[in-house]
Each structure stands twice: as structure tokens, then as C-alpha cells.
Design a protein around this ligand. Structure first.
Ligand SMILES: C[C@H](NC(=O)[C@@H](N)CCCCN)C(=O)O
Length: 436
């Protein structure tokens, strides 16, 4: 997950460079960002959940890590110098000419990578639920997410540095992260041996099933789909994350434009966002394991996000102050700890283990629809509200940022609804995870 999250965001601090070197304008950059989720949205994630529940975490994990590596190789080739001037480039550049050939092939690679990445995400969540059921599950999930966030911090630091080495090129960070993904694949193979040993100790079959629970059937999906609380969690997830991950792609340029600083300085400020989240998420996970209050944490996280996005929209353009930027970034980091720390460990409380993989995949699927649409929507809004902008001028982010504010408001309302449902139906979302 560490290397996967690095790969996802390696281009985020390089928007200006990729625009200059490969002609990726903000709308192209937004569409490229969305491509990570396209195949997932068109059904791959549902299939991934079924594969996970049928085949188990070892097979699915190795398959997903392999897809991530294959997708990364394709993206590397797309931005490399050997692609520039090749026959494939000429052909890809001959249609839909406003979308550069390198962006088309990189997007295809990112689509394949995205299938693996999301499949790995649900696999890891199910694996943690399996290893830590009735124990420190939220802490374990919190640590896993913290490691992923450190990956984002690392890439926001390393990517501009690697790219800026003479001769400055976007190819170097892509090559670096592709190698890391190969190491990630090998790491998952090692985990698989440990997981097989756990199954032997627990007396489970080769897919990790066969305990007291019944086997998963595709028809079980109807139990998930008919649950009101499942839908509330799924919509809260899509709204919240749509104002985080797509924002992350544009945040460097937003800070560059609002503060009038270089891309490197903006990335240096923004990289503290995932780091703040990484530092706090495990503690919140531990709190949730021992004290509970999951639904309340979701509401609080959404409120903090609204405050931060309003600050980016209205305060920073008027007062381009670095302390205000740092303060909002840290607050957003706290919000990004509260929501994930509470959201993902809530899912095993509302569905049975045998269809947990499918429940996670359905939530990821709905979330991916948002993650796919919002970078495009935001990219188009940014272009629309900056119609008169000339090359080299800063972008005006105020009105586009209201898209993210609206997501936060809706997520907060869903959090309140979830808390009310939990009080009525007693799902235990406000209760600790550790059973004494
Ligand atoms: C655990 C959770 N991950 C997700 O929500 C993923 N579906 C989306 C990852 C987006 C980057 N590819 C999280 O990171 O909190």
C-alpha cells in the first residue's frame, strides 16, 4: 500500500512540469487522474470483491499487485522518451487531438494500475479484518492507512526532487515508483506464506474459508444492497473522499496559485497533509478500539473538512499566508484521520465476514465513481472559471473549491443520519471494537 499510494500521487506535484514537457493542460491532467478509476467504475471492482470472497486474500492480493506493476510499466513507457516519436505515439496522436498521445497511453496504464490498486485495497482491508477480528482491528487498519499516507508524503517530497535533477524530466519519478511496485509485489508474496500459516493454525481451507461461517454466494450481495446503513456509509464515503483525493491532485497548484510560490515550495507545504493524517490515524484507531465513538468521529471529520476547504477557497486568496496554509493543511490532515479511522472498521460491524470483501468492494465501487468524476469536474470547473487566464498566470481556485465544500456538507449530514440510525438499530458503531 505504501508503494501503491506513492505511485498514485507521483504526478500530483508535477502538474506544471508535465504541462510544459508533454502538453497536459489542467483538463487533460484531471482526466488522466480520473482514469485510475474508470475500469473499476465499469464493474471491475464488483468482480474484484467476488474474486476476493471466492478465492481468498492470497490469490487476490498477488493478482492485484501484478496488475499494479503491469499498469505502472505501461505508464512509464507512455511518458518515456522512447515513446515520443514512436509509431504508437503518431497513431494515438491522430485522433482526439486535444488529448496528447502520452496522456492516452499513461491513462490506460493508470486504469490497469487502478484496478490492481483498488483490488489490493479491499484485499488488505479483508486481510486485516481476518487477522485482527475482535482485537485491535481499528489500530491495525489505522496503521496500514498511516503507512499509505507516509507514502503520499514521501512522494510529494521525492517526486519534484527526482524530476528536477538535470536534465529535468517527469520520467525519473515514474521509473522509480515502478521499481517500488515490483518490490511491493514480492512483499505480498511473502505475506501470502504468513497468511497460509495462519490458516493452518486456524484450521481454515486454502482460501481462508471453511470456519464456522457459511461460504459466500453471489446472491448474498442482496443482503448488502438492501441495507440502509450500508448505503449511508457508502454515500458518506464517496462524498468525503471525493473532496480529498481529487483535491490532493490539484492542491499543489492551488497553493502555488494562491500563495504565489513555486511548485516545489507548494509541494513542500502540502506534503504535511498526509503526514498529519499518518501521525494521528493510528491513535484514533486505538481510541476507537477501546472507547468507540465511530459515528461521532465521522461527523467531526466532515466538519473539519468543510472549514479547511472554505479557507482554501476564500481566506488564502485574500491573505496569502503560509501559516494559514500550514494550519489548514494540518486541520485537513486531522479530518483525514478521523473519517478513515472510523469508516473502514465500521463495515465489519454492519455486514457478515463471508461477504465482507464484497461489501468493501461495493463501497469502493461507489467511491470510485466519485473519484473518477470529481477530478474531471474540478478540472473543467478550473478551466471554465479561468477562461481569460494567460500562460504563466496563477489559477483562480475560489469557485471550483466550492465543489469540495458542498461534498463536505453532504458528508456531514450523512454522518448525522448514520448516528441516528445507529442509535435506533444498535449496530454498535459508537461502541469499542475490542470485546472484553
Ligand atoms: C483505505 C482508503 N482507500 C480508499 O478509499 C481507496 N478506495 C481509494 C484510494 C485512492 C488512491 N488510489 C484510504 O486510503 O483511506
Amino acid at each position: 500500500m505504501f508503494f501503491g499510494y506513492m505511485f498514485v500521487d507521483l504526478m500530483s506535484p508535477l502538474q506544471s512540469m508535465i504541462e510544459a514537457q508533454r502538453g497536459w493542460t489542467p483538463d487533460v491532467f484531471g482526466m488522466y487522474g480520473s482514469s485510475e478509476f474508470i475500469l473499476n467504475v465499469f464493474g471491475f471492482l464488483i468482480l474484484a470483491g467476488i474474486i476476493l470472497d471466492k478465492m481468498g486474500v492470497r490469490f487476490t492480493g498477488q493478482l492485484s499487485a501484478s496488475l499494479m506493476f503491469i499498469g505502472a510499466c505501461l505508464k512509464y513507457y507512455a511518458v518515456s522518451d522512447s515513446f515520443a516519436g514512436s509509431g504508437i505515439e503518431t497513431w494515438l496522436g491522430s485522433w482526439w487531438t486535444s488529448f496528447p498521445a502520452s496522456a492516452k497511453l499513461a491513462s490506460l496504464g493508470f486504469m490497469i494500475f487502478g484496478c490492481g490498486m483498488e483490488m489490493a485495497g479491499i484485499t488488505v482491508s479483508k486481510a486485516i479484518a481476518k487477522w485482527f477480528e475482535g482485537k485491535e482491528m481499528a489500530l491495525a487498519m489505522g496503521l496500514e492507512m498511516a503507512i499509505a499516507r507516509v507514502g503520499v508524503f514521501a512522494i510529494f517530497s521525492i517526486s519534484p526532487w527526482l524530476a528536477d535533477m538535470a536534465p529535468a524530466t517527469v520520467v525519473r519519478p515514474v521509473a522509480f515508483c515502478t521499481v517500488l511496485l515490483l518490490i511491493g509485489l514480492l512483499t505480498f508474496v511473502i505475506f501470502s506464506f504468513m497468511d497460509r500459516k495462519l490458516d493452518k493454525q486456524l484450521g481454515l481451507d486454502s482460501r481462508g474459508g471453511g470456519g464456522s461461517e457459511e461460504e459466500f454466494k453471489v446472491s448474498d450481495l442482496k443482503y448488502i444492497l438492501s441495507s440502509k446503513v450500508f448505503w449511508i456509509i457508502a454515500f458518506l464515503c464517496v462524498l468525503y473522499y471525493s473532496a480529498i483525493f481529487p483535491f490532493q491532485r490539484f492542491a499543489t497548484n492551488m497553493l502555488e496559485s494562491n500563495l504565489g510560490v513555486s511548485a516545489q515550495t507548494a509541494a513542500d507545504i502540502f506534503r504535511w497533509f498526509p503526514m498529519g493524517a499518518a501521525a494521528i490515524t493510528p491513535f484514533l484507531g486505538r481510541y476507537l478500539d477501546h472507547k468507540g465513538k465511530g459515528a461521532t468521529m465521522l461527523i467531526l471529520g466532515a466538519i473539519l473538512m468543510i472549514v479547511c476547504h472554505l479557507t482554501f477557497a476564500f481566506v488564502l486568496p485574500e491573505f496569502p499566508s503560509k501559516p494559514v496554509a500550514y494550519g489548514s493543511i494540518v486541520l485537513l490532515g486531522i479530518s483525514f484521520s478521523l473519517v478513515p479511522a472510523a469508516l473502514w472498521p465500521s463495515v465489519p460491524k454492519i455486514v457478515e465476514t463471508r461477504y465482507l470483501g464484497s461489501a468493501y468492494s461495493l463501497i469502493f465501487w461507489i467511491q470510485n465513481i466519485g473519484l473518477c468524476l470529481f477530478p474531471m469536474l474540478f478540472g473543467f470547473a478550473l478551466k471554465y472559471f479561468n477562461a481569460g487566464r494567460t500562460e504563466g498566470m496563477p489559477y483562480d481556485y475560489t469557485r471550483p473549491m466550492l465543489i469540495f465544500v458542498a461534498c463536505g456538507v453532504l458528508a456531514m449530514l450523512l454522518g448525522l443520519w448514520l448516528k441516528a440510525e445507529d442509535r435506533k438499530k444498535k449496530y454498535g458503531l459508537e461502541l469499542p471494537n475490542i470485546k472484553k
